[in-house]
Design a binder for this molecule. Structure first.
Ligand code: UTP
Length: 224
């Protein structure tokens, strides 16, 4: 099968090299039987740099380009941890990512164009390579009925339709470095392509496998 991971930058950045090795190991194990693509997010460095640039008067599109730089930097770290299992080239297009997959069972990439996040890159890449599933391994453990940090009655959804995800994403703020389960573009792509998607807590390494093959406690996005 073909799996596309959207790996939040906060999951990798700041980890010690031993943890990075464990993530790489989990991906390599999956790659024994499957084709894996990993799109790495910008995490804390992206947010810090974007905030500073914004306060210096940089335009939003320039902030996005800084964010893309951070995603590529984080990608390089995962590439280093994967060693020979992944190409050292971080592809600049979907076409190139698919091309590299002819020689490698794991391909790692970052952001591509301003106005979106790496979730959208993952969704578009998933369409491009006809992936069987998208796994969003992020800093939250699923999609909730409301914000669990402010609402004690917030409930985690085990299952959700792509339409409901798109509605939810459309109501979140679209700003460089903003936090939401997936960005509106990613949600729209997931909706139009109907590619099954799992949203799982990325800080638990076993969720990489469970997100792809089942058994996780996050949210599954599937058409009714
Ligand atoms: P992320 O994908 O990490 O966005 O890209 P995020 O949702 O803000 O962060 P996580 O998921 O919590 O780690 C970081 C920033 O890089 C820019 C955006 O500004 C985004 O917020 N970016 C990234 C783009 O403009 N285009 C891309 O294709 C990817």
């Amino acid at each position: 099968m073909i799996f596309v991971y959207s790996l939040g930058g906060s999951i990798l950045a700041g980890k010690d090299s031993q943890s990075l090795r464990l993530y790489a190991q989990a991906l390599k194990e999956l790659a024994a039987d499957h084709q894996i693509y990993v799109v790495v997010g910008g995490g804390r460095i992206a947010r810090e740099y974007i905030e500073k640039a914004r306060s210096l008067g940089a335009s939003e599109v320039f902030c996005d380009l800084i964010g893309i730089g951070a995603t590529r930097l984080n990608s390089s770290l995962l590439v280093a941890a994967l060693g020979k299992a992944a190409p050292q080239e971080i592809p600049n297009s979907y076409e190139r990512a698919a091309q590299l997959a002819r020689d490698y069972k794991i391909v790692v990439m970052g952001g591509l164009s301003p106005g979106q996040t790496t979730d959208a890159v993952s969704a578009l890449l998933a369409e491009y390579v006809k992936a069987d599933k998208i796994i969003v391994a992020t800093s939250v453990d699923g999609v909730y009925t409301s914000d669990p940090e402010t609402d004690r009655d917030a409930k985690k959804l085990e299952m959700m339709t792509p339409q409901a995800l798109a509605r939810l994403a459309a109501t979140t703020e679209m700003k460089a470095g903003s936090r939401s389960p997936v960005d509106p573009l990613a949600a729209k792509i997931i909706e139009r392509s109907s590619i099954p998607t799992a949203i799982v807590l990325g800080s638990e390494i076993e969720n990489l496998k469970k997100g792809a093959l089942g058994g996780h406690s996050g949210t599954e996005i599937r058409p009714e």
